[in-house]
Design a protein around this ligand. Sequence first.
Ligand code: PLP
Length: 382
Amino acid sequence: MIYLDNAATTRPAESVIRKAGECMSEHFGNPSSLHKLGLDAELYLKQTRKMIADSIGTEPETVLFTSGATESSNLALRGIASVYGKRNKKKIITSAVEHASVRSTLAMLEQQGYEIIRIQPDENGRFQADDFIQAADETTFLISMMRVENETGRILPVPEVFRRIRKKYPDIILHCDAVQAYMKLPVKLKDMPADLISFSAHKIHGIKGTGALYIRKGIRLTPILTGGKQEKSIRPGTEAVPLIAGFGEAVRLMQDNITERLESAQHKKEYLLNLLSETPDIIINSETDKNFSSPYIVNFSVKGIRSEIMLHYLESKEIYVSSGSACSKGAKSGVLSAYHVPDSLADCAIRVSFSEDTTEQELDLLVQAIQEGQANLIHKKS
Ligand code: PLP
């Protein structure tokens, strides 16, 4: 099997699975219980909280556990709107390419009367920090931007926007969806002065169903759920201790070699782009300049062959890729059209996303299979 869909999810690391298993079989207590079993379970939460906090440069008490980044962003955006969105402060600025978890939440807030400004990329498909700054004014209370866009891997200028907004409009709350950046690019609060950051465990070899939200001290938000005192009552409900234990282990595994892995992914991206450039009828939808794109994601269109057809052809060879964003399940997300990719090519888009385990040999086999697919599928059509 060749797995090239790591932006959708990653394979949990062996040590993550072991850690979660150990937690379930030996330390199954409720972390809120006052007895020893509870304290043992709570230790896992403490460890992971500290791991995540250390990795971005903050205090453990600013990190809360959720069921994943979708929940983190919902909690952040709805929670902030309900506290800071006032009659004369109704404006939220975002990018036109956010993940559905932010996009749909903001669309819902728009229906409730908030004004949503969606910043578009320029004609080269790059986001300009100035566009976000110029859109902000005294009526703005929130900016939500993703660091790495998940369909083509473009990098948004979040650190620059947040630094400049912080100086010019210190009251605006700053949220970042860092899901595709965390443990792949440096995500540090000293460079990116965010108030809120969303994280997901299963994109970094952790387990599905857990994530985190960083909330800067002093920021208030209304919880979505009501219940017990867990996670400061901001996210009540018994924490998913085994998954969170695995999250901590995933961070431990990944944090020490971010730069080396980045370089290695860049190498793989260039290798794949080179192979694709020698293949006819392939159009690259990703940015190729490494200053503006994550090396972990390559999006391209195979002219004349719809994404699902190619995806299933590759699947028949046990090669797993995605057609754009996994969350969109075939529905158009609008992200490619924001980059001026015509519908005829967006319908043929394939997203390949690497992990540290991806090899050049796998990329050779992928391109070989695509070429075979081109010969077979186009031949069949005529
Ligand atoms: N944000 C981005 C950029 C993503 O790629 C994803 C997952 O695809 C999410 C948010 C949602 O994360 P989760 O699956 O943890 O809810």
